[in-house]
Structures are given as structure tokens and as C-alpha cells.
Design a protein around this ligand. Structure first.
Ligand SMILES: Cc1cc2nc3c(=O)[nH]c(=O)nc-3n(C[C@H](O)[C@H](O)[C@H](O)COP(=O)(O)O)c2cc1C
Length: 182
């Protein structure tokens, strides 16, 4: 049987993004059992309902990538206590045209990442508000708020903090079990 595919979405476009580094580490942890695919958000024009009948090619490609995934993993920073606009834009694009949402009925998870101690709690739950409506079946436990993100990676971009690595491994294991249950 072919492996299930996890579509991974990073809510930051920053080159040295901590969220992207966490996402890549989780992808590595999950890659034994699953195909992992980072689905890029940076080329998606802002959603405009007028374009639904004549969608930009990047929207169409994005919607196809979302449909092709069996599960979704969101790794996001927090911007002003919510998810960054780039991630909300992607959620909206995938949700339309009306009645043709690419998100519905699949399992998902969210990991929020921040240099602050609160670990992006606000963005984690802000994302949950939208994706519950989109009918993504979100793993509820364990939750994952990665704080102190500026201190967990070495100069080579690899994680150096064993505690965080262990925490993310436990999250990846639970997420794998969550996906396999569907
Ligand atoms: C516009 C903006 C708003 C931000 N708001 C928050 C916030 O509400 N909470 C927080 O913990 N960090 C906030 N930050 C700091 C980010 O957590 C920090 O820039 C982080 O490195 C972004 O994630 P990244 O490394 O994945 O790009 C904000 C940063 C920006 C640029």
C-alpha cells in the first residue's frame, strides 16, 4: 500500500524562519511512515472572490496540492496574537470556490512556534478556529507550543536543544497515530 501524504504548511516566508526549521524537523521525523510535502504559500496572490472562476495558476496548483494530501500539518508563528496573513490567505484559497473546499474531511495538526515563552498560543488557537470550520479533524492532544525558538537551533540550522527535540518527536509520534486512525 502506498504511503499517505502529509501536506505541511509554514506560516512564515522568512528565510531563517524558526517555524520552517521546526517544520523540516517534523517532516524528517514523519518521513519513515509518510510522504511529507512542504506546500509553499509565498506565491499565492491575495484571495479575491472575483477570481474564483478564473483562478490564478498558483491558486489552482495550491488547491490541487491540498486535495492530493491525506493529512495536514500546520507549523506557524504568531503575528499580533493570530496566524500570519500568508497562512490565512492559504486557508481561504483552499476553501473556495464555494462548495469545493480542498480541506474537508482530513486529519490535521498544528504546532505554533515563537521566540517568546508563550509559544504562539494565540496563533495556535486562532488557526484552530478556522480549520474546525473547514472540517479538518484536528488532533487535540498533545498540544504543541514551541517557545524560546531563538535558542533551540544551532548555527547550522539544526536543533540543538534535546528537550525540544524529544517533545517534537513525541508530537510526531502522536500525529502519526492520529493520521493512521483515519
Ligand atoms: C508583524 C509581527 C507580529 C508579531 N506578533 C507576535 C505575537 O503576537 N506573538 C509572538 O509571540 N511573536 C510575535 N512576533 C514575533 C515572531 O514570533 C518572530 O518574528 C518569529 O521569529 C516569527 O516566526 P518565524 O521565525 O517562523 O519567521 C511578531 C512578529 C511580526 C513580524
Amino acid at each position: 500500500m502506498s504511503k499517505k501524504t502529509i501536506g505541511i504548511f509554514v506560516g512564515s516566508l522568512r528565510k531563517e524562519s524558526f517555524s520552517r526549521k521546526v517544520a523540516l524537523l517534523l517532516a524528517e521525523m514523519l518521513s519513515g511512515k509518510f510522504e511529507t510535502r512542504l506546500i509553499e504559500l509565498g506565491e499565492l496572490a491575495m484571495y479575491n472572490q472575483d477570481l474564483d472562476d478564473n483562478a490564478p495558476p498558483a491558486w489552482t496548483a495550491f488547491r490541487e496540492s491540498v486535495k492530493a494530501a491525506d493529512a495536514f500539518l500546520f507549523v506557524t508563528p504568531e503575528y499580533n496574537r493570530t496566524i500570519p496573513a500568508v497562512l490565512k490567505n492559504a486557508l481561504d484559497i483552499g476553501s473556495r470556490p464555494y462548495g469545493q473546499s480542498a480541506w474537508s474531511g482530513k486529519p490535521g495538526g498544528v504546532v505554533s512556534v515563537s521566540p517568546s515563552k508563550m509559544g504562539g498560543f494565540g496563533s495556535n488557537h486562532n488557526l484552530r478556529q478556522a480549520v474546525v470550520f473547514l472540517n479538518i479533524f484536528m488532533m487535540q492532544q498533545p498540544e504543541a507550543y514551541v517557545g524560546g525558538a531563538a535558542d533551540i537551533f544551532g548555527a547550522d540550522g539544526k536543533i540543538k536543544d534535546d528537550g525540544t527535540r524529544g517533545f517534537l518527536q513525541a508530537y510526531a509520534d502522536a500525529f502519526a497515530a492520529w493520521i493512521e486512525g483515519f
